[in-house]
Design a protein around this ligand. Structure first.
Ligand code: NAI
Ligand code: AKG
Length: 451
């Protein structure tokens, strides 16, 4: 960046912070994009005069609402629900719902902003949005979760629709919650329509949607390595998280010959030096999705080490897959990964690396690093395919959906290479993904004129 571009970035970010006070996660996500887009726009006065990036950082609208429900003891509980409808320039708003006590407007705005670029990269007609609530499903009975979901959807149903806004799952929102949410929507509007994705197969879901985000992360890693004539086979892999993204990422890694040695949750991580097997992974899925227990139990079941309160990034590995949550790798942890010989990082979680960590990883010669908006786009891509199947009143086979997923990730990799390759041949996947994601949305916004 030259001096003028640094000044432009500084004044752009000052305005973003002024307009969005107290929203550090949102500032972080915008800064990460603006660092690449502001220099890119240096010779594109039309985009600057039309304030395209400024418009993209302002959500179309944010809906915030009270969610009141009754717990199992008859007590009345109050939560806050949100839907951030960020940008529908290229298709209906699309993005998940997160139920977690850390949910704030800032967190959902960062996720919705990222979603706009990610959805554009898929090549499908999908705008960007995100929503959720500070409701904590942990420790709640099935009936409490059902009552919460019904109360949440009672308001949300007024703002979504198959051609308007199509939510899906995210942290704390899996198959069970999507079932309750879809059932309530259907009851309220008296129509059976594809208003949510991630549905069960029996009522309009797509094959491979559950697996898609985790599989897509591994496909992205495969493509980055293949670009350098390398593969996953025989590589030691450190995975964080033990939810939807982490477990299907681990499954695909094992299928491709990777050795997965860690999983984690918000309490700590397990280290299995022999590597997880598909059988052990089945046990984890049962633990997390049915018994809703803690990953610590894996250590007792299989006699391996459990590290309470720690992240797994100190475990030596070739490939790292942060699949839990935002900002889970800081600068010091990134340095440890590099010192231990890590070759590549593919981000399964949204924005899992802090700005310091990104700086450290970017400065490491040759290290491959796929940002979340490219690496985890497989989930929303198959959600887009679920919408297509719902419109067609059809369900495709596993093979067909997986083939589309594989092609979409290959195309995202190719876009990153096109826009992110430096003169020395190194691919900056962050820059490539930001510019490629931006281009399609920006052209559509220009076509619509001033609005
Ligand atoms: N489910 C999907 O299709 C997609 C999810 N993502 C992202 O992937 C990440 C994980 O989401 P899912 O697997 O769907 O959620 P999940 O609810 O199935 O699992 C979340 C996992 O992260 C762990 N976790 C949560 N907070 C944590 C913390 N503070 N520290 C350490 N671990 C923590 C949980 O214990 C759990 O293992 C999130 O960043 C989400 O936004 C991204 C794209 C699509
Ligand atoms: O499948 C979807 O619509 C949502 C996926 C999502 O929330 C994400 O990509 O972060």
């Amino acid at each position: 960046m030259n001096a003028q571009q640094v000044e432009d970035l500084t004044s752009f970010m000052e305005a973003v912070v002024r307009r969005n006070p107290g929203e550090p996660e949102f500032h972080q996500a915008v800064h990460e994009v603006a660092m690449d887009i502001i220099p890119y726009l240096a010779d594109k006065p039309l985009y600057r005069d039309m304030m395209v990036l400024e418009r993209m950082t302002e959500p179309d609208r944010i809906i915030s609402f009270r969610v009141v429900w009754q717990d199992d003891h008859g007590g009345v509980q109050v939560n806050r629900g949100y839907r951030v409808q960020q940008n529908n320039a290229i298709g209906p708003y699309k993005g998940g719902l997160r139920f977690h006590p850390t949910v704030t407007q800032s967190v959902l705005k960062f996720l919705a902003f990222e979603q706009v670029f990610k959805n554009s990269l898929t090549g499908l007609p999908l705008g960007g949005g995100k929503g959720g609530s500070d409701f904590d499903p942990k420790g709640k009975s099935d009936l409490e979760v059902m009552r919460f979901c019904q109360a949440f959807m009672t308001e949300l149903s007024k703002h979504v629709g198959p051609d308007t806004d199509v939510p899906a799952g995210d942290t704390g929102v899996g198959a069970r919650e999507v079932g309750y949410l879809f059932g309530q929507y259907k009851r309220l509007v008296n129509r059976f329509e594809g208003v949510l994705t991630g549905k069960a197969l029996e009522f309009g879901g797509s094959r491979i949607r559950a697996e898609a985000t985790g599989y897509g992360v591994v496909y992205m890693m495969q493509d980055m390595l293949a670009h350098h004539h390398e593969s996953i086979d025989g590589r030691t892999c450190v995975v964080s998280g033990s939810g939807n993204v982490a477990t299907y990422c681990a499954e695909k890694l094992i299928q491709l010959g990777g050795k997965v040695v860690t999983l984690s949750d918000s309490s700590g991580y397990i280290h299995d030096p022999e590597g997880l097997t598909l059988e052990k992974l089945q046990w984890v899925m049962e633990l997390k999705n049915k018994r809703r227990g803690r990953i610590e139990e894996y250590a007792r079941e299989y006699g391996v080490e459990y590290h309470a309160g720690e992240h797994p990034w100190g475990v030596p590995c070739d490939l790292a897959f942060p699949c839990a949550t935002q900002n889970e790798i800081d600068g010091a942890e990134a340095r440890t990964l590099i010192e231990n010989g890590c070759r590549a990082v593919a981000e399964g979680a949204n924005m899992p690396t802090t700005p310091d960590a990104i700086k450290v990883l970017r400065a490491s010669p040759g290290l491959l690093h796929a940002p979340s908006k490219a690496a985890n786009a497989g989930g929303v891509a198959v959600s887009g395919l679920e919408m297509s199947q719902n419109s067609l009143r059809m369900q495709w086979s596993r093979e067909e959906v997986d083939k589309h997923l594989r092609e979409i990730i290959a195309s995202i990799h190719a876009q990153c290479v096109e826009f992110g390759t430096a003169s020395d041949g190194h691919v900056d996947y962050f820059k490539g993904a930001n510019i490629a994601g931006f281009n399609k949305v920006a052209s559509a916004m220009l076509a619509y004129g001033v609005m």
